[in-house]
Design a protein around this ligand. Structure first.
Ligand SMILES: Nc1ncnc2c1ncn2[C@@H]1O[C@H](COP(=O)(O)OP(=O)(O)OP(=O)(O)O)[C@@H](O)[C@H]1O
Ligand SMILES: [Mg+2]
Length: 446
C-alpha cells in the first residue's frame, strides 16, 4: 500500500502536469454543477416569490370589490369562476364568511363546496390576526401557494376571508426540465473530462517513451564509440602491413599488382579517416572532447601548420601562402581543437583545389573585439545551393569533379561544432569555379 502511494507520488512529481489536469478535470464539472444548481435554485425562488405576489395581488383586487357584491352571491360566484378561468394556475378560490364561531364557504370555484363549513389553521390565523397568511403546501408531487386574506367592510370591520391556492406545477415542470438538461450537460462534461484524462494518460507515455529513446540513443552512441574504437587498431595494422608490402615488393610486382596495392592502401586510408572522423563526432556529441582553453597566438600555430602542409600542397603544384606578423592580441581557445579546425580547412583547400594557391590571412577588429582567420583557395568553389547544407553532418557536394575525391562529409560539421563550442563562428564565401574563402573568428584577448 505504502509503496503504491510512494510510486504514485513519484510519478506525479515526475509529471506535475498530471496534478494540474486532475485538478482541471475535477474543477470543470464542479464549477458547472455549482453554477447550474445555484442558478436553478435562485430561479425557482424568484418564480415562487413572483407567484406568491401574483396570488396576493389577485386576492387584493378581489377583496376590494368582494364586500360590495357579498349581498349578491350569484355575482360573487360568477366573478370567482371568471377569475379561475382566466388564471388556470389558480386551483381553488373561495370566499369564506364567519358563522357562529365557524367558517362557511359562500362562493367557490368548486361549486360543490358552497354552503359547506371549512376549518384550517391558515383561516383561523388570518382571521384572528387580521393579516394575510401565505404558505406552501404540497399534494403528492404538486406544490401550491395557499393564500388566505381577510377583507373588511367600509367601516373597516373584518367580514370575511378569501382563500386561494395556486399550483406551481408548470413552474416545477420547467425547473425539472432545466435540471434534467443540466444533468445531461454535467454528465457530458464529466465524460469529456474522463476522455481528457484518458487522452492525457496517453500523453504521459511520451515522456517515458522519450526517456527510453534517449537511453537507446545513448546505448547506440556507446556501441558506436566502442565499435569504432575496436576498429582503430586493426585498421592501423592493415595500413602498416600494406605499407610494408608496398615497400618490399616494389621490384617483384607487376604494374597491375602495384596499382591494386595502391588502391587497397587508399581504401584503407579512407576507412581509417572515416573511423577517425566518426570517433571525433561521437566524442563531440557525448561531450567527451577536451575544450580547456589557453591564451594562444594564432600566428605561431598557423606557421607550424603551413610548414606541415607545404609539401602536400607543393606535390599538387599549389602554393601555400602565409605571412606571419606581430600582433597585440591572443585568442582564448583549446590549442588542439584550434589546430584541428585549421587542419580540416587547409586539408579541404588542398583537396578541392586543382591549381593556383591557398592563402591564409589574419586580421582583427577592435570594434567587434574579434580575431579573424581566413583560408582562401582558387579551387572548385561551392554553389549557393550546396552552401546552405555544407555544414550538415555527412553532407558532400555532388559534382563530377568531387565524385572522385574521397571524403566522409564530416570535416566541416566537426569544424563548426568545435568552433562554436569555443565561442567562435565559421563563415563561407564561395563562387563555383572561382574558389572559396572559409573565415573563422573568435573573441580576442590581450
Ligand atoms: N575548400 C573547398 N572547396 C570546395 N569545396 C569544398 C571545400 N571544402 C569543402 N568542400 C565541399 O564540402 C564538402 C564537405 O566538406 P567536409 O570537409 O565536411 O567533408 P569531406 O572533405 O568530404 O570529408 P572529410 O570528412 O574527410 O573532411 C566536401 O565534400 C566538398 O564537396
Ligand atoms: Mg574535409
Amino acid at each position: 500500500m505504502f509503496s503504491i502511494l510512494k510510486r504514485s507520488s513519484d510519478f506525479i512529481k515526475r509529471n506535475p502536469s498530471l496534478l494540474y489536469s486532475l485538478l482541471l478535470i475535477i474543477l470543470i464539472p464542479a464549477t458547472l454543477y455549482y453554477n447550474t444548481f445555484s442558478t436553478i435554485n435562485s430561479f425557482q425562488k424568484n418564480i415562487d416569490y413572483e407567484l406568491q405576489t401574483k396570488a396576493l395581488l389577485a386576492e387584493s383586487i378581489f377583496t376590494v370589490f368582494a364586500p360590495d357584491i357579498l349581498k349578491n352571491p350569484e355575482i360573487l360566484q360568477q366573478k370567482i369562476e371568471k377569475i379561475a378561468k382566466e388564471n388556470p394556475e389558480i386551483t381553488t378560490i373561495k370566499v369564506i364568511l364567519p358563522e357562529k364561531e365557524k367558517f362557511k364557504i359562500i362562493a367557490s370555484k368548486d361549486t360543490k363546496e358552497i354552503e359547506k363549513e371549512i376549518s384550517t389553521t391558515a383561516i383561523d390565523l388570518a382571521w384572528s390576526q387580521n393579516q394575510t397568511i401565505a404558505h406552501l403546501t404540497a399534494e403528492g408531487r404538486e406544490r401550491f401557494w395557499e393564500v388566505v386574506k381577510p377583507f373588511s367592510d367600509l367601516e373597516g370591520e373584518n367580514i370575511g376571508l378569501v382563500s386561494m391556492s395556486m399550483s406551481l406545477r408548470s413552474i416545477d415542470l420547467l425547473v425539472l426540465r432545466t435540471v434534467r438538461n443540466s444533468y445531461i450537460i454535467l454528465i457530458s462534461a464529466i465524460l469529456l473530462s474522463l476522455f481528457l484524462i484518458i487522452h492525457h494518460t496517453q500523453l504521459f507515455k511520451y515522456p517515458i517513451l522519450l526517456k527510453k529513446l534517449q537511453e537507446i540513443d545513448r546505448m547506440k552512441d556507446e556501441f558506436l564509440r566502442m565499435a569504432l574504437h575496436e576498429l582503430q587498431s586493426p585498421i592501423v595494422n592493415i595500413r602498416g602491413y600494406i605499407e610494408s608490402l608496398r615497400e618490399e615488393i616494389t621490384d617483384l610486382a607487376t604494374e597491375e599488382q602495384k596499382e591494386y596495392l595502391s588502391r587497397v592502401s587508399l581504401s584503407a586510408k579512407n576507412l581509417s579517416d572515416l573511423i577517425y572522423d566518426m570517433l571525433e563526432v561521437s566524442r563531440i556529441e557525448q561531450g567527451r572532447l577536451d575544450f580547456t582553453p589557453q591564451k594562444i597566438s594564432p600566428q605561431k600555430i598557423i606557421d607550424e601548420l603551413i610548414k606541415e602542409f607545404t609539401p602536400k600542397a607543393n606535390a599538387k603544384g599549389l602554393k601555400l601562402i602565409f605571412q606571419p606578423k606581430e600582433e597585440p592580441y591572443l585568442i582564448n581557445v583549446n590549442p588542439h581543437r584550434f589546430k584541428q579546425i585549421l587542419t580540416n580547412l587547409i586539408e579541404n583547400a588542398i583537396k578541392y583545389t586543382k591549381k593556383g594557391e591557398i592563402e591564409i590571412s589574419t586580421w582583427y577588429s577592435e570594434v567587434k573585439k574579434k580575431y579573424f582567420i581566413a583560408i582562401r583557395d582558387t579551387g572548385l568553389g561551392i554553389s549557393a545551393e550546396a552552401q546552405k547544407r555544407l555544414f550538415e553532418k555527412f553532407y558532400r557536394v555532388k559534382t563530377r569533379e568531387t565524385a572522385v575525391i574521397p571524403g566522409t562529409g564530416l570535416g566541416l560539421w566537426i569544424c563548426k561544432e568545435i568552433c562554436q563550442r569555443m565561442g567562435g563562428e565559421i563563415l563561407l564565401e564561395s563562387m563555383e569555379g572561382v574558389g572559396s574563402k572559409f573565415i573563422i573568428f573568435f573573441p580576442f584577448v590581450k
